[in-house]
Design a protein around this ligand. Structure first.
Ligand code: UDP
Ligand code: MG
Length: 341
């Protein structure tokens, strides 16, 4: 047998579908009934890696039940909720396929596009096939606006290889997955990291559907976190903004200095409350912004130096025995360096 970590299948796995899930009990049955026929229809050896990201609803129970009648379903259970990108990392680290598709559980990305992605990758020898949302009219106005700003900013910071509206629905070749696994990055944002790898890529377009069931697991706070991680992970430009803010404040202060000295010379020094107050508030704000910007980068350095795994696998149904803490104690088979994403 080849050294594929999958113990249950003897044929090498051609396609792995990685699906991070956090409290998705409501959408799971619909997901299974749409995904399974698509994969069966492909006629290639495949596995579905469901990453249970510390769900506290019946997701784990439902997955166990589906597994009884679906041998291709593999469940990787994380010890606690680690976030979408970390769950995706856990899935990519363990997927065995020659190609790996990542898919959201909520059916906003149509599984029916997977055959087209695989055909394109195999036919043209591509390592990456992005799913690009041609139509987001099902998203709320705010989501569309914030996504527009996000992608414009990211294309400026991380380069035009970042396709606008390409989220986490994509196909990766084994080579691309291995390249990602070898990266030391901790707070990963895959939609920026993947284009940055520079592999030959293509794309398929699709219409973004509304969430099939359940509620979004991306509240505003998490969206802001993703945006901050995206920016600080790819650019030191905000630190330069701090410098420019400081320089601007300095020029304004020089102007104010001339004004105060003139006022002093003319003996009109008492009614200075407004200018004094404005100056103090202005300088205070600029300093706080700059300290906050520095803090974001220091925070990244801190996390990188700590070098802790970003997820812990509690159980992987493909492994013979449940895994102990830490993804480095991985009984599922030999793997490339410590997963730290
Ligand atoms: N998700 C996850 N862990 C989290 C949050 C989300 O695994 O902490 C999964 C979620 O189950 C879904 C995917 O990430 O499969 C995308 O989340 P969601 O659809 O809620 O985000 P949205 O489409 O609203 O941006
Ligand atoms: Mg969604």
């Amino acid at each position: 047998m080849p050294e594929e970590p999958d113990a249950e299948q003897h044929e090498p796995v051609v396609l792995s579908v990685v699906i991070p899930m956090f409290n998705e009990e409501e959408v799971l049955p619909a997901l299974v009934s749409r995904l399974r026929p698509v994969l069966t229809g492909l006629g290639v050896a495949h596995e579905v890696v469901a990453v249970d990201d510390g769900s506290i609803d019946r997701t784990a129970e439902l997955l166990a039940a589906f597994r009884l009648g679906w041998p291709e379903l593999r469940v990787v259970a994380l010890r606690r909720n680690s976030g979408h990108q970390a769950a995706l990392t856990a899935g990519l680290d363990r997927a065995a396929g020659a190609y790996v598709v990542s898919l959201d559980a909520d059916l906003q990305d149509p599984p029916e596009k997977i055959p087209e992605m695989l055909r394109l990758a195999r036919g043209q020898g591509l390592d990456i096939v992005y799913g690009v949302r041609a139509d987001r009219s099902s998203d709320s106005g705010f989501k569309r606006w914030s996504a527009g700003v996000y992608y414009r900013l990211m294309r400026r910071l991380a380069g035009p290889s970042v396709l606008a509206q390409a989220g986490d629905f994509r196909l990766l070749s084994r080579a691309a997955v291995d390249a990602l696994k070898a990266l030391p990055d901790q707070q990963r944002v895959y939609r920026l990291l993947v284009p940055w790898l520079g592999f030959p890529s293509g794309s398929v377009t699709y219409e973004r559907a509304p969430r099939k069931a359940g509620r979004t697991k991306y509240p505003l706070g998490r969206m802001i976190r993703l945006a901050v991680d995206s920016v600080t992970g790819f650019s030191a430009a905000p630190l330069r903004i701090a410098t420019w803010l400081g320089a601007g404040a300095f020029v304004v202060c020089l102007g104010l200095l001339v004004y105060t000295l003139t006022a002093f010379a003319l003996g009109r020094t008492v009614p200075g409350w407004t200018s004094l107050f404005t100056g103090i508030v202005f300088i205070g704000a600029v300093q706080l912004i700059c300290v906050g910007l520095l803090g974001e980068y220091v925070g990244r350095i801190y996390t990188a130096v700590q070098n802790r795994p970003t997820y812990f696998v509690r159980d992987d149904t493909a492994a013979s025995a449940p895994a102990e803490a830490g993804s480095d104690a991985d009984p599922a088979g030999p793997r490339v360096p410590l997963p730290r994403g």
